[in-house]
Each structure stands twice: as structure tokens, then as C-alpha cells.
Design a protein around this ligand. Sequence first.
Ligand code: ZN
Length: 173
Amino acid sequence: MEKPIVTDGDAVLRDKAQPVSEKEFGTDELQALLTDLSDTLRVAPNGVAIAAPQIGVSKQIFVVRGFIMAERMRHDPESDSITDVAFINPKIVRASRKKERFDEGCLSVPGVYGTIVRSHQVTVQAQDVTGTSFEVNAAGLLAEIFQHEIDHLEGVLFIDNAEEAYKTENHET
Ligand code: ZN
């Protein structure tokens, strides 16, 4: 079910999110939360990923749109049918020393964009809904998304580290 997106100023965005416990894996409640995240993300214009605190749930979970994981474009006719991917208890296990400058926005800081320096490449380890561990290695946009979402789980917003942030009326994310 689609949920309202929490915006900057709400305390939940500044809390360190709680790990998902062993007994929560495989439950209907966890699956329902992943569905809520996906439903909320899919109606957000320009949304590519969302972290649980952004719908007011302080748990270590984020969801990335399937078409991003599959490196497809949003307007690709098949994009909507690609399943979104949930990362539970995610950790960055490797990060490149090579950095890259990204233009970033956030669903929880509407109308604001900024330039931020992040690792060009990261490897994220996480668990799926059943508790099974997996690893994803990513560079560029997907690496940026992983770092942005894991920051959310630490209570960090991109505007905290942006070199420059500017407001624009053009796009809402
Ligand atoms: Zn964000």
C-alpha cells in the first residue's frame, strides 16, 4: 500500500534504523513492508530507490526499482514489469578509493538538488526477505544510490554532505 513520504524535519529521518531481526525474516509483516516501500516508490515521480525511514519505519531496509538494477531506462516499455529489489540489513563491504561527483536529489527533501562526492564503486552485502545473504557490486549511478540509501539508515541526508545544494521548481523527487 502506498504510504506518505516523510520529509526533512521529521525525527525518524535522523535516527539510526534498527536491524531486521532473525525472527522477522519470512513473515507476512516483513513482506507487507517491502510491498509498501515498492508501492510508494513506484508512484513517486523520478523515484529510483527508497529507504524504510522515508515511510516512517525505522528499520534497516531499502528498495531499488527493478529497472535500475537491470540497467534499463525508465521509459523502456518493460521497466514497470521488472521486480524491485529489497536490501535488508545492508552493509557496504568494499568501497573504491576512486571518487565521483554526483548530482543528487531525495524524495524526503523535495525540490532540492545538490552535488556530492561519493565512491565510484561499492559492494553491498544484504539479506533478502527470506534472510538469505547476497552481494551486489555496482559502479556509477547504482553505487551512488546504494550510498545514498545506506546514509538514510544512519540518519544522514545528502544535504548534510552536499558541496552545493540548490532549490529548483522543475522537478520533484
Ligand atoms: Zn533520499
